[in-house]
Design a protein around this ligand. Sequence first.
Ligand code: M6R
Length: 612
Amino acid sequence: MCGIIGYTGPKRAARILLEGLKRLEYRGYDSAGIAVNEDLENNDTPFTVYKRTGKIAQLREIVPKELPGICGIGHTRWATHGGVTDTNAHPHCSSDGRIAIVHNGIIENYTTLKEMLSKEGFTFASETDSEVIAHLIAYVYEGDLETAVKTAVSYLKGTYGIACMHKAEPGRIVGARNGSPLVVGVGDGEMFLASDVTAMLAHTRRVVYLNDGEIVSLYPHEFSISDAEDRPIVPKINHIDWEISAIEKEGFSCYMEKEIFEQPDSIARALSGRIDLETGTAKLGGLNLSKKELLGVDAIQIIAAGTSYHAGMTASYLFEQIARIPSQAHLASELRYKNPIVFPGMLYFAVSQSGETADTLYAMREIQRRGGTVLGICNVVGSTIARESDGGVYVHSGPEIAVASTKAFTSQLAAFYLLALNFARLHDMSAHQGQQYCQKLQQIPGLVQETLKLRDTVQRIAKRYCHYKDFLFLGRNLLYPIALEGALKLKEISYIHAEGYAAGEIKHGPIALISPETPSVFLVSNDHLREKTISNMKEIKARGGLIIAIAEAGDEEVSSIADAYIGIPHCDTLFQPFLMVIPLQLFAYFCALELGKDVDQPRNLAKSVTVE
Ligand code: M6R
């Protein structure tokens, strides 16, 4: 949510900032801007600022190609306070233009601060909460930016990741973090500060993650970190092993298409080195729980949002079915305020691709505050949830850039299938059953590859159905969360209204929606629930509804009832979620494409939601 980049070094800052912002655009894309120290000779002049609404491409149009300046900050915005206007775009400056700031987060007490600063004679140009930070720093500044930032943030209530510069301190960038991620990039004679590593991956792989309450001061050749009490922090330098190709489109029309087609590889990476065929178990090193502690787990609770919630919900079925441990998935935004229950033997998982989702992070902290153990299932290494959880599993799907999550979802499933196996093997599952399960899991990447061959079939169906205004997605058991995920994918990138339901539930209300104008997408499992789902399909047909069915290839009964049919490869019912979700992702993608929508950056959304 909002992207921040700062650069200080020998190169032209504007070029690096614009390139970094392009990488960060997925975090927010309603407006963007940069501020650079163009006039190094004269410290009394204001910073040079370019900002405008729209995408980074539009910002590029107004930034002179050869803009000088070797230190600068940039921002791509996802609006919270104040509409999408050029003035509300960041950077924001002090009245004399000599302090420039970019901010990610929400300043909850900004009206009080604005009143206080207005009385002191400061004038405000924008409607944003962020602008108060620039004036506040100006108000407390006494010749040292780091000290001023420390004092200024002590006035702030809310969340922030801030990067700022003062014209009187050329080449220096100061950053502060509370609740919104900030990462220092350590280069060779140059330094970066960004909201995530993708912004600087082309320049350095050596990064330092800031913790809440920390302040960083950067110069081209050095940086220092201190905490709120002014104690120096010894930085831990992490090495990022993502390839730059992982954040390129590599010939695909958009990131979402690339990420859908990467899934055989990303699932294989999530499983790699973690399956022990001999013992029929999984090897998961980072759980930080002894066998005895794992054996003592008698309830599993999962916290997540959006697509990660759907992965968690699928896992809750799995834990109950194969490990026989009561399990429930919770929407993080609900759980936090529900007065959640924690008791010995209860294990929590926080699932998050970005590892920065505020709802999930705050719910996790609430559980930990009550003495609960929370394991993280994250993709982004070094992310806040990954660092603050009590242990966990990285899903290794590689950077996911498209706002619509696809490959992270199937990698989260893979991690949960491994975890469920371990719990099952501690309870009822025999070694032989464990080995069979491992073999089936190993086949998933290949089966997903096969399923992706349905691309043209799904595209044809999407062309036929994309003009309908409402859809239902229906499934049972493990396929119910997958139906929810299919509906989420469709609404998020094509803006078509879609609802996911448990297929058995439609007769309790949603069936009233059925008409020739509302197609239903049925996910038909190949187990004892198949017949029941087929009965639900017939109920829809009897009421004039249209049906798109996804079932096993060669299921003539299903294909004869459905108006459109997608036949996925055969696999054990337990593993069908991996395959069923593929045509749903493709369907959403092709509908959005057909309707001319911006697939990677759908309206109103951002990849990483770091506000509540
Ligand atoms: O980074 P997270 O997995 O915590 O993100 C959670 C949701 O914001 C995310 O899954 C969102 O629903 C996606 N846009 C779905 O495609």
